[in-house]
Write a protein that binds this ligand. Structure first.
Ligand code: ATP
Ligand code: MG
Length: 567
């Protein structure tokens, strides 16, 4: 490809609307353009990256025995009503009407559609197992679209769905998909981790996420330094610490005017934050209120909380006015002594003795509080986020926290959709059985952004060669003035193209400074600069995007091609 013929609108300015480096660089390198909130056009250079990612995903899915299909992106409402998700999905589901005023939605995922498909054409156990996948555009009306392609509203996903006669066969296919995903992420050339994930409301038996490690990632990951334990913080269990010490202090009320947080109270009293307890009031499953007691230095884990049978799902914090009514005191000074509603304490809070908490009186706290003596023994549950330094849930090593970008999710679904959509097949004995399903997603467009987030420097993107828009960039200096330069550049361009290398020739005739700045920004892995001076010594200047310095190599096409092939 000749750069003069490509629309690559690069820019030196950092776009104000972009927070993340990946978003800034993708805009600056002319890979994407914004149409509206969460809506992006793939420009020619960006689309080449997307196509590379798709090709790797497709190859590995095919190799793993899955079959590609392409399902519609607009779905009749009836399918979603049948699964119950027409109501359950909420506003993330984009609902539309056709000219006959019939309801449709734009597909955010395809469990309903694929189950319907299998229902139409699969009758016998002999047709199973079956794994169908597609690479297709999804729409989710995300509450906060941001970071460009990272959390877009319209995005490209690879979604696969497998069908099995029993759970053993599903477990086999799940392992097969897990291995395929590992091959995919290795070929993409990114640093990634597989972590245990929350199985959500569906409550399947196994679920894991694939994360590209990056400090800007939206997800916190808990990994052990003493074993291969790794889990999304959402799903990382926190066990009970040692037994609670005996009460030693008297319970006393202290004035804490204006100190409505545990941090402020700990500072005022000169005590460690770990000896304080905060109360969070949420709606209960029965419509009443429930108080959650957490240690002052711990954070509530929403996912764990909403799984508790006595807590409403989705989790909803109680309104301030309702708290004031029930406690006769405003939030910030709530405590467990005389608490008017049921208390559920996190394990760590339940293990405290002589702690500090609110006095249920504005501007006052209590010190030396003890469960069982000053307040009723609470119900106990795992409610908090795991933190750095906690023992690993598998009992080996300590937890370290990393940030990740979720790029894949594999899931054993069980029979939820098959049952809801009334899918059944005949088994070997001629009896009707409900198949079990797995589903396996990859955020194809998110991967492009995640890779940039992980692979860049001050000057721009550093594409891994496997998904780079081009492998080799030729930068001739003064091509219009020098026959020698033009001939060498054209000859290398033709040779690389003939050898099947993805090659780009910068024939725009711009100043070397501009040409080099663009080359760094766009991040093509191998660059050859051809100029009169070096050519006089029979040399090219060659540089790998990941290396600081250029080196002189023989002005010989085969030498360049060998470098590119070596990666
Ligand atoms: P998240 O927690 O990031 O919202 P999710 O759990 O909703 O993800 P899945 O339903 O498992 O995501 O979708 C499969 C994959 O699609 C995800 O692993 C992710 O890589 C990608 N994905 C999900 N939502 C978006 C989005 N808004 N923009 C880009 N990619 C997305
Ligand atoms: Mg989501």
């Amino acid at each position: 490809m000749r750069l003069s013929r490509m629309l690559v609108p690069t820019s030196r300015e950092t776009p104000a609307e972009a927070e993340l480096v990946s978003h800034q660089l993708m805009l600056r390198a002319g890979l994407i353009r914004r149409l509206g909130s969460g809506l992006y056009t793939w420009m020619p250079m960006g689309l080449r990256v997307l196509a590379r990612i798709e090709a790797i995903v497709r190859e590995e899915m095919d190799r793993a025995g899955a079959q590609e299909v392409l399902m519609p992106s607009v779905h009749p409402a009836e399918l979603w009503q049948q699964s119950g998700r027409w109501d359950a999905m909420g506003p993330e589901l984009l609902r539309i009407k056709d000219r006959h005023k019939r309801d449709f939605c734009y597909g955010p995922t395809h469990e309903e559609v694929v189950t319907q498909l299998v229902k139409q054409d699969v009758r016998s156990w002999k047709q199973l197992p079956l794994n169908l996948y597609q690479i297709q555009t999804k729409f989710r009306d995300e509450i906060r679209p941001r970071f460009g392609l990272m959390r877009a509203r319209e995005f490209v996903m690879k979604d696969a769905y497998s069908f099995h006669v029993d759970g053993d066969d599903l477990a086999r296919e799940y392992a097969n998909m897990r291995a395929a995903y590992q091959r995919i992420f290795e070929r993409l050339g990114v640093d990634y981790r597989v972590v245990q994930a929350d199985t959500g409301a569906i409550g399947g038996t196994a679920s894991e996420e694939f994360h590209v490690l990056a400090s800007a990632g939206e997800d916190a990951l808990a990994v052990s330094d003493g074993s291969d334990y790794a889990a999304n913080v959402e799903a990382a269990a926190c066990g009970a610490p040692g037994p609670r010490p005996d009460a030693a202090a008297e319970c006393a009320e202290v004035a804490t005017p204006g100190k409505a947080t545990c941090e402020d109270v700990a500072e005022l009293l000169g005590i460690p934050l770990e000896t304080t307890i905060k109360l969070l009031v949420v709606e209960g499953a029965d419509g009443g209120l429930v108080a959650l007691a957490l240690r002052g230095d711990h954070e509530l884990n929403d996912v764990k909380a909403e799984k508790h049978p006595n807590i409403a799902a989705p989790l909803k914090l109680a309104e301030r006015t309702r708290i004031a009514e029930v406690f006769g005191c405003e939030a910030g000074y709530l405590g467990v002594r005389g608490c008017p509603i049921p208390v559920i304490a996190d394990h760590a809070a339940a293990a405290l003795a002589d702690f500090v908490c609110g006095a249920n009186r504005v501007d006052y706290h209590l010190t030396g509080v003890n469960w069982g003596r000053d307040a009723a023994e609470p119900a106990v549950a795992d409610l908090r986020n795991i933190v750095e330094g906690d023992p690993s849930p598998d009992g080996r090593g300590c937890i370290r926290l990393l940030r990740g970008i979720e790029v894949g999710h594999i899931f054993q679904l069980g029979d939820k959709y098959a049952r809801a959509m009334e899918l059944s097949v005949l088994d070997a004995e001629g009896a009707s059985i409900t198949p079990v399903m797995g589903c396996y997603g990859i955020g194809v467009s998110r991967i492009a952004a995640a890779v940039v987030e992980q692979c860049h420097d001050e000057q721009g993107i550093r594409w891994p060669q496997s998904i780079a828009p081009f492998e080799l960039l030729i930068c001739p200096i003064g091509m219009d003035r020098s026959d020698a330069v033009r001939e060498a550049a054209e000859s290398l361009y033709a040779a690389a193209d003939a050898a099947g290398i993805r090659v780009l020739l910068d024939d725009r005739g711009l100043r070397p400074g501009v040409m080099f700045a663009d080359s760094e920004l766009v991040g093509i892995p191998h660059r050859v600069v051809i100029g009169d001076k070096a050519l006089a010594d029979n040399a090219f200047e060659y540089r790998r995007r990941t290396e600081a310095d250029a080196e002189r190599i023989a002005a010989d096409n085969a030498t360049v091609l060998a470098r590119v092939r070596a990666g």
